[in-house]
Design a protein around this ligand. Structure first.
Ligand code: PXP
Length: 237
């Protein structure tokens, strides 16, 4: 059965909107694990817009499944990952202006740099995944760079404007996953997956794990709202 890693960044987004201490992504991670998540993902961004260094350090102490740290391939992040030692490091491209990670990492175009960067991560004892578009050239480069995993970017599939295009992009993802597995890479996928577009993936063996954040946190807000209002009404009654 495919596994689900839950990204708790947007719990931190709500907290940072008030620069306060709730909701805590560390508590959210524990609840996600109790519900069956196979791992917890956080993206420590250069601008610290949601997850903070404190979150990462506490999660390292409390996560009982696997902690997956998404990060840009910078010197600062290399130092943090080497010290905190997440179970998996996922390298993603990062731009300050973007709302979320916009595209896959250009591994083929930065092969020498990434080979060297992955060598340093491995020397620190870290396992590495590369977030890439479902493209054979990028998959081959990920293998050459020394990654153990690739995470295939499902954003284009998730944003497809009609069913035909969604099916075509889904077939591309399947083909890319098979190609990656044929090279001995482990395959996960994510970005923009939600309660509707996930159904095409049901029962597929090509993907070992799904990485989902925004739709799960969005749903949690709505399914939890009635209870939250009732609890407050009870307190003021
Ligand atoms: N995988 C990667 C590499 C990401 O950057 C993100 C977004 O943080 C996700 C998965 C999860 O995407 P979403 O929040 O749209 O589910």
């Amino acid at each position: 059965m495919a596994k689900l890693e839950v990204n708790v960044d947007h719990v931190a987004t709500v907290r940072q909107a008030r620069l306060t201490d709730e909701p805590d992504p560390v508590t959210a991670a524990a609840l996600a694990e109790l519900a069956g998540a196979s791992g917890i993902i956080v993206h420590l961004r250069e601008d610290r817009r949601h997850i903070q260094d404190r979150d990462l350090r506490l999660l390292r102490q409390t996560v009982k499944t696997r902690l997956n740290l998404e990060m840009a391939a910078t010197a600062e992040m290399l130092a943090i990952a080497s010290e905190v030692k997440p179970d998996l490091v996922t390298l993603v491209p990062e731009k300050r202006e973007e709302l979320t990670t916009e595209g896959g990492l250009n591994v083929a175009g930065n092969l020498d740099f990434l080979k060297d960067y992955l060598r340093k991560l491995k020397e620190a004892g870290l396992e590495v995944s590369l977030f890439i578009d479902p493209d054979h050239g990028q998959i081959n480069a990920a293998k050459e760079a020394g990654a153990g995993w690739v995470e295939l970017h499902t954003g284009a599939y998730a944003e497809a404007e009609n069913e035909d295009r969604a099916q075509r992009l889904f077939d591309e993802l399947l083909d890319a996953a098979r190609h990656a597995r044929s090279l001995g890479l482990r395959v996960k996928c994510g970005h923009g997956l939600n309660y509707t577009n996930i159904t095409r993936f049901r029962g597929r063996q090509e993907f070992e794990e799904f990485s989902i954040g925004h739709s799960i946190i969005s749903r949690a807000v709505l399914v939890g709202l009635e209870r939250a209002v009732r609890e407050m009404l009870n307190l003021i009654a």
